[in-house]
Design a protein around this ligand. Structure first.
Ligand code: FES
Length: 162
């Protein structure tokens, strides 16, 4: 009856001492690594500052590219009672009356040439002589259909594709 208890008592204190020793050793190691981590923490703080500035520059470039890609011309470049052909964008912008800007496809509805210019109050195709009014309707054949409308917006002094 007395044997099991002393044996347990001997084993437990022994295990407790070993466990405590291990615990101290582990704690010591953790303490050392914790101080290393805190030293590294100072370095990572610097990295965070760097990444924050990188994201700031990213948002700035995004808004800049939007404005640049859609701008066609300034309002003062399009004459009243006339217009301009933007061959790269294949768009014609007209201003029939002051402040009324309209835009159409620059692709002739006859056989697909790009219209050449806006003179004499009409949009003129060089291929077969079709003429379109400043509102895109046909003034002279052989084209039979009006130029399709394009959407534009006036932003301040700039005309931009919508
Ligand atoms: Fe324009 Fe024929 S393609 S008039």
């Amino acid at each position: 009856m007395t044997n099991p208890h002393p044996a347990d008592d001997r084993d437990r204190p022994g295990l407790d001492r070993r466990t405590m020793l291990r615990g101290v050793a582990v704690t010591g190691a953790l303490g050392a690594s914790a101080s290393l981590l805190s030293a590294c923490g100072g370095d990572s703080g610097g990295e965070e500052t760097g990444s924050a500035s990188a994201s700031d520059s990213g948002s700035g470039s995004g808004s800049g590219s939007q404005a640049a890609s859609k701008e066609l011309a300034s309002t003062s470049e399009v004459p009243v009672g006339g217009g301009m052909v933007f061959k790269e964008q294949k768009v014609v912008v007209t201003q029939p009356t002051k402040g009324d800007f309209q835009a159409f496809s620059a692709t002739c509805t006859h056989q697909g040439c790009t219209v050449g210019d806006v003179t004499g109050g009409t949009i003129n195709c060089p291929c077969h002589g079709s003429k379109f009014n400043l509102d895109g309707t046909v003034a002279n054949g052989p084209a039979a259909k009006p130029l399709p409308k394009e959407n534009i917006r006036v932003q301040g002094n700039n005309i931009v594709l919508a």
